[in-house]
Every structure is written in C-alpha cells, then in structure tokens.
Ligand binder design. Structure first.
Ligand SMILES: [Zn+2]
Length: 160
C-alpha cells in the first residue's frame, strides 16, 4: 500500500481511537506506527542501491518491486505479535497499545494490497527463503496500461 493510503487509514484509525479512548498517546502512537513502519524499506533500498537519498528513485523502486532481497524487518507479523504480548504483559499502556494496533493495521493493509505470498509478511518465512524477494512477493510488477517507462536504467539485474 502506498504511503498516502497508509496516512489516510492511520489518521482515520487514530481519530477513532481518540474518540473511543480520549488517549492522545494511544492515538499518536497508532498514527506513527501506521505510517512510519514503511521506513524499513529504506534499509532494503540502501542494501540494493547503496547509501543515497534519491527519494523519487526510492519510491519508484518500491512501487515497481525492483529488489532482489526483501529484508523488511518491521514488516513482520512476529513484531506485531510481540508488541501485543508486551502490551498485554504490561497492562495495556496507551503508547504500547497504540503502537501494537498501528503495527497490525499497517500489516493488514499491506497484506491485502501488495500481493505477497500468504506468508510473505512473516520474518521467519523470509529468513527461510534467504530473503529472496520473489519468495516473499512472487507476483511481479505489472506497469499500468500506457506506461512505457518500465526501467530507468538503475534497476538491479534480477528484478522483474
Ligand atoms: Zn508497508
């Protein structure tokens, strides 16, 4: 799912949480985790393309699945489950509860919008596949009709 869609979903969710709980910390941590979880794409980007801050190329590479490896350490249901366990164990503090809900919301949106393998958002699955991108995301990028700019010449050779 694109960042702007995560932002819309997270703002709506944060508003709903605030309406129900009147907790600003819970709402804000939900919003932060719902949106900022995608920062881990930068780690994959730097591993693939080297350390640079080419924002347009970054977004193009992510949307076109131009990676050979998928680390995505935060895009892991294990992380969500661990945060839920920690929140439960510590008595559901607002900051941790919001983070847990935002993490789950983000993963749920990605699970149904990015066409991963059914297990693609489990870190254990990606480790088992040696972080091979196609193991986690087997459906290749398909350019929209009329889009003839399929490559900018900076794609890794093994990408589809
Ligand atoms: Zn994401």
């Amino acid at each position: 799912m694109k960042g702007k869609h995560h932002l819309v979903v997270s703002i709506a969710g944060a508003a709903g949480i605030y309406t129900a709980s009147r907790s600003a910390p819970m709402s804000l941590s939900f919003l932060a985790f719902g949106v900022l979880l995608d920062l881990d794409h930068w780690i994959d980007y730097w591993i693939e393309y080297g350390a640079r801050l080419d924002v347009p190329h970054f977004f193009r590479a992510v949307s076109r699945k131009q990676f050979r490896r998928a680390f995505l350490f935060l895009h892991a249901w294990e992380g969500f489950l661990l945060s839920a366990l920690l929140a439960w164990w510590s008595g559901w503090p607002p900051l941790l509860s919001g983070a847990c809900l935002g993490w789950g919301s983000h993963l749920l949106c990605d699970q149904f919008s990015t066409k991963p393998s059914p297990w693609g958002y489990f870190l254990a699955w990606r480790i088992a596949g040696r972080f091979d991108y196609k193991h986690a995301f087997p459906v290749p990028y398909r350019p929209p009709p009329g889009d003839h700019d399929e490559s900018d010449g900076r794609s890794p050779p093994a990408c589809v």
